[in-house]
Ligand binder design. Structure first.
Ligand code: HEC
Ligand code: HEC
Ligand code: HEC
Length: 460
């Protein structure tokens, strides 16, 4: 489903519900929060006192914090394009409008330089900045809530060592009523699960480490879990839509998830941005480039082991479309002419460079957004230390009609053992405009008069 539709639906359903909740919240609970504001959360203050150190007190904390900040990908959201590291200013598109990420450099006026340890932990894990400013969940505090306080303090120790940037950020551009921060009190009541990470004693240390990273700093569910009408997470790791992309299911499900990827396949993908099957593009290529490639092998493996154990959706493949189907035949012809040079006739691609379309769970995902958009505008795979060039695919919007792209998408989703719902012309039409891929190339007038006389349809 295109994000635009989701946004409109969210606004329609979201606004009245949130207003109602906000009124309720204001009546019932806000006073409690105000009390915390003046005294500080006593339990949190006590926990922090127990560490017997303040952030930055031991030298290793900075090294650990740098690694953990990379795992949490703080820099990706908190740095504007060509902006100074951690100085904020990047506008994030959410269904509720644009939310601008904050300056989290140690500047005392515009950054976090004047904050206490407890204030920082509370902002990152509870979404409440000093002066009881409620943060929007575009900052994934609802997921970082699963991160241990020690790890957050190490991140603070590291942030205190980055250059302070004495610059404010431009304000958020949220439409009414979402510009009222108090609404987030209601959101938190409904969707914010504050329970800390609970290790499962029946599982291995490795599994628990993976679960901790996936749920917390990795914030994988931010993209890979579906969102309900108000932006709360649902259907754990069973796939979600964002900004016109689909983040596929990454459970152990053998059809749409990672059931057929080995632990090494997953680790390689997260570290290099590609493996024998897939290449990470779009938001996932950013996650790999900015964050995952810097994680150590043990942590990546732990996440892979954990992901494969998540039961997931239980989805099973439908019967593939018959090869004799007219759409399939058109798709096959177009594939041989336009795609086979790179993706090969058998759909196997080229290891870690051109993704395999055969047995690729993402290609068979519901909605087919990634397949359609990639054919329309092409794409670029992750650029990493181990793959500095990154794989690239040209777009075909200029050349192929909506019906042709639909046939191609249907074909690649149903040959070589793949099986998934057919893609309709309207599914392509819906993505063309938002992707700025409106125009199929118009032949130059001088050419078109000449071309006409040799067009096969007219030569008959
Ligand atoms: C997906 C994007 C995203 C990621 C990842 C992210 N943040 Fe944020 N963060 C934001 C946004 C957006 C805001 C502003 C929210 C608002 O205005 O309500 C914010 C606000 C904050 C604030 C409050 C600052 C203030 O002045 O109120 C802190 C502290 C913070 N982030 C720390 C972190 C740390 C530490 C990490 C990494 C562990 C991190 N963030 C990762 C998007 C992100
Ligand atoms: C900002 C959104 C975002 C975040 C955060 C994110 N992903 Fe992804 N992920 C995606 C998208 C979008 C794709 C599809 C990319 C493509 O088709 O090239 C994807 C693809 C993947 C794939 C390949 C799946 C397939 O079937 O091809 C794996 C594995 C994966 N992500 C794991 C993770 C893990 C583990 C995390 C957390 C550490 C994570 N992702 C965090 C958006 C995200
Ligand atoms: C010049 C080589 C080249 C050609 C030609 C090409 N591709 Fe690609 N394709 C790539 C590369 C490299 C990627 C990985 C980058 C990306 O996903 O954006 C890719 C990615 C894809 C993906 C995304 C797979 C995933 O894991 O989500 C699909 C689907 C796809 N191509 C289909 C096609 C189709 C259909 C055609 C013909 C119309 C085609 N490609 C033509 C090189 C090519």
């Amino acid at each position: 489903m295109a994000t635009r539709n989701v946004s409109r639906r969210m606004l329609a359903i979201g606004a009245p519900v949130l207003i109602g909740i906000a009124v309720l919240a204001a009546l019932v609970g806000y006073r409690g929060m105000q009390a915390h504001r003046s005294q500080g959360d006593p339990a949190l203050l006590e926990r922090i006192a127990q560490y017997g150190r303040t952030a930055g007190a031991d030298a290793d904390a900075v090294t650990r914090g740098k690694y953990l900040a990379a795992a949490g990908d703080c820099i990706a959201c908190h740095t504007a394009a060509n902006g100074k590291a951690f100085a904020g200013g990047l506008a994030l598109n959410t269904p509720f409008g644009k939310i601008v990420a904050s300056n989290i450099t140690p500047d005392k006026t515009y950054g976090i330089g004047a904050w206490s340890d407890a204030q920082f932990v509370r902002a990152v894990k509870a979404g409440v900045a000093p002066h009881a400013k409620l943060l929007y969940p575009a900052m994934p505090y609802n997921l970082y809530a699963k991160v241990g306080d020690e790890d957050i303090l190490d991140i603070l120790a590291y942030l205190k060592t980055v250059p302070a940037v004495h610059e404010p950020i431009t304000a958020n551009a949220l439409p009414f009523p979402f510009n009222i921060r108090l609404l987030m009190f209601g959101w938190n009541l409904l969707f914010f699960d504050r329970t800390p990470f609970q290790p499962d004693p029946k599982q291995s240390v490795e599994w628990n480490r993976g679960a901790y990273l996936v749920a917390g700093l990795g914030h994988c569910t931010a993209c890979h879990s579906a969102k309900n009408a108000l932006g709360g997470d649902s259907d754990y790791l069973e796939g979600g839509d964002l900004e016109g992309w689909h983040a596929p299911e990454i459970s152990g499900n053998g059809y749409l998830g990672l059931g057929k990827w080995s632990v090494a396949d997953i680790t390689t993908y997260l570290h290099t941005g590609g493996n024998r099957v897939g290449v990470a593009a779009g938001p996932m290529s950013e996650a790999v480039t900015d964050s995952l490639q810097f994680m150590n092998a043990a942590d990546l493996k732990a996440m892979a082991v954990y992901l494969k154990s998540v039961p997931g959706s239980g989805a099973t493949p439908p019967a593939p479309l018959a090869a004799g189907d007219a759409t399939m035949a058109l798709g096959r012809d177009l594939y041989r002419a336009n795609c086979a040079a790179c993706h090969r006739a058998n759909g196997a691609g080229v290891d870690a460079m051109v993704p395999s379309l055969a047995a690729n769970p993402g290609v068979q995902a519901p909605g087919a957004n990634n397949v359609i958009r990639t054919i329309l505008v092409g794409g670029r795979g992750a650029v990493t230390g181990s793959n500095p060039t990154g794989a690239q695919m040209p777009g075909f919007a200029w050349k192929l009609s909506d019906a042709e792209i639909a046939a191609l998408a249907t074909y690649v989703r149903n040959d070589w053992g793949n099986a998934a719902a057919a893609v309709g012309e309207t599914d392509v039409a819906r993505l063309r405009h938002p992707l700025d891929a409106d125009t199929q190339m118009q032949p130059h007038p001088a050419l078109s008069s000449g071309a006409k006389s040799v067009a096969p349809s007219e030569a008959q």
